[in-house]
Design a protein around this ligand. Structure first.
Ligand code: NI
Length: 160
């Protein structure tokens, strides 16, 4: 496993649409392991493949620090409610913005064995799912932030 370089805001790769994963290969498995290591190393709660420069529809999310979700070709199939709160991104270091997201989200995806899975979550998990899936279509939260981005203080340094 290896920690990969996280691409930052302004990098063209973050604006591209990612391609579906058709089959699991040793190379893709290695990418996923590296994404997990990179996310944990950066104290993030989520990371999408384009953030490490790979245009594949893969995200990793872990809002608890204990049990990561690995979502391949994820798709939101249900959402409801609304939450407005702080959101950050490992590709926009040191900043956060106020973003409104659904408060509940259900997504379908494939796991590392390319078997269908379903993930549902509220609050932070719902926010993280929306945020990470946006990355796969070349979107960053800064496009949705209400008002200017703010500088992160040390204690709320937990990024998605
Ligand atoms: Ni992000």
């Amino acid at each position: 496993m290896a920690i990969r370089n996280i691409r930052e805001y302004g990098d063209e790769v973050l604006k591209k649409t990612c391609k579906e994963v058709k089959e699991m290969t040793p190379r893709t498995k290695e990418l996923i392991e590296d994404m997990l290591e990179t996310m944990y190393d950066a104290n993030g709660v989520g990371l999408a493949a384009p953030q490490v420069g790979i245009l594949k529809r893969i995200v990793v999310i872990d809002t608890t620090g204990e049990d990561p979700y690995i979502l391949i070709n994820p798709r939101i199939v249900e959402s409801s409610g609304e939450q407005t709160g702080q959101e950050g991104c490992l590709s926009v270091p040191g900043k956060f913005g106020i973003v409104t997201r659904p408060n509940y989200v259900k997504a379908v995806a494939l796991d590392v064995n390319m078997k269908p899975i379903e993930v549902e979550g509220t609050e932070l998990l719902a926010r993280a799912i929306c945020h990470e899936l946006d990355h796969l279509d070349g979107h960053l939260y800064v496009e949705k932030a209400e008002g200017p981005l703010q500088d992160m203080t040390y204690e709320d340094e937990e990024e998605e």
